[in-house]
Design a protein around this ligand. Structure first.
Ligand code: HXC
Length: 259
């Protein structure tokens, strides 16, 4: 599939997905979602071990769902559009590789929801984040009400949802929404450095860590801990576990194969 609204680049084991409609501040329309879905499905996890998601141009990560596309849709079409966005962000969450949002500018509405679908969020100093949907007479529809609440708690989530405040990156970091804030020209370097650190580790173990955190987050502690025990045990069927431990004992770096 040829992409018109996104770019998917590969740099060794790292893939970079750029939402690239800078004239519309990278707003997410249905075509963009279909391309993102295709790009995510195309990833082969024996080659690609980490994914960075960012926005094209120098102004926006993603300024939201495409308002021009939504302005006249019916409730049934809105439900379909919401389901499409949920599907794409859920598939990011389900990927067996870590995903990193490089928030390089406005991350508003659906844009913040995209970042929230990633495992780690880093922002440039000039990023502005928020959920302005109520100013348009709607609410977030791609999981933002739920993912934000789980990340920053109900009160802060409600504050952002009700006021539609556009917060800067430093404030977003204070509330635990963004992990680190870096100068704009260092953002990709920072995200690549985090990815490089992760890429040195056992890929099956990283995938398992992501899986048990994600599935465990929705469960009671006892069930979640059982998930961890299963995930831990499963890794003892892997060559990576033998290699990782043997390498430690032999005082050499491990050469993980993801097997
Ligand atoms: C469509 C958008 C857009 C959007 C910006 N543009 N955001 N088009 N959908 N979400 C377009 C503008 O119309 C304009 O097009 C061009 O991008 C540049 O934007 P400007 O407004 O001229 O830039 P600026 O003055 O710098 O303001 C930047 C901004 C503002 C503060 C980010 O664009 C803005 O408030 N955008 C909307 C943010 C928003 O409300 N997002 C939530 C959407 S609802 P032209 O053709 O005039 O140059 C949502 C719901 C998700 O996300 C759930 C759905 C199920």
């Amino acid at each position: 599939m040829a992409y018109e609204n996104i770019r998917l680049e590969k740099d060794g084991p790292l893939a970079i997905l750029t939402v690239d409609r800078p004239k519309a501040l990278n707003a997410l329309n249905s075509a963009t979602f279909h391309e993102m879905d295709d790009a995510i499905r195309s990833l082969k996890f024996d080659e690609t071990r980490a994914l960075i998601v960012t926005g094209g141009g120098d102004k926006a990560f993603v300024a939201g769902a495409d308002i021009a596309e939504m302005v006249t849709i019916t409730a049934a079409q809105a439900r379909e559009f919401s389901a499409l966005g949920h599907h794409v962000f859920q598939s990011l969450e389900n990927l067996p590789i870590p995903t990193i949002a490089a928030v390089n500018g406005f991350a508003l509405g659906g844009g913040l929801e995209l970042a929230l679908g990633c495992d780690l969020i880093y922002a440039s100093e000039k990023a502005k984040l928020g959920l302005p949907e109520v100013t348009l007479g709607v609410i977030p529809g791609f999981g933002g009400t739920q993912r934000l609440t789980r990340l920053v708690g109900r009160a802060r989530a409600k504050e952002l949802l009700f006021t539609a405040d556009r917060i800067d990156a430093a404030r977003a970091k204070e509330m635990g929404l963004v992990l680190d804030v870096v100068p704009a020209d260092k953002l990709m370097e920072h995200c690549r450095a985090v990815a490089a650190k992760i890429l040195k580790n056992g890929p099956l173990a990283v995938a398992q860590a992501k899986r048990v955190v994600e599935y465990g987050a929705d469960q009671d502690l006892r069930s979640a801990n059982e998930l961890e025990r299963q995930g831990f045990a499963v890794l003892f069927g892997s060559e990576d576990q033998r290699e990782g431990m043997a390498a430690f004992l032999a005082k050499r770096p491990a050469a993980f194969q993801g097997k």
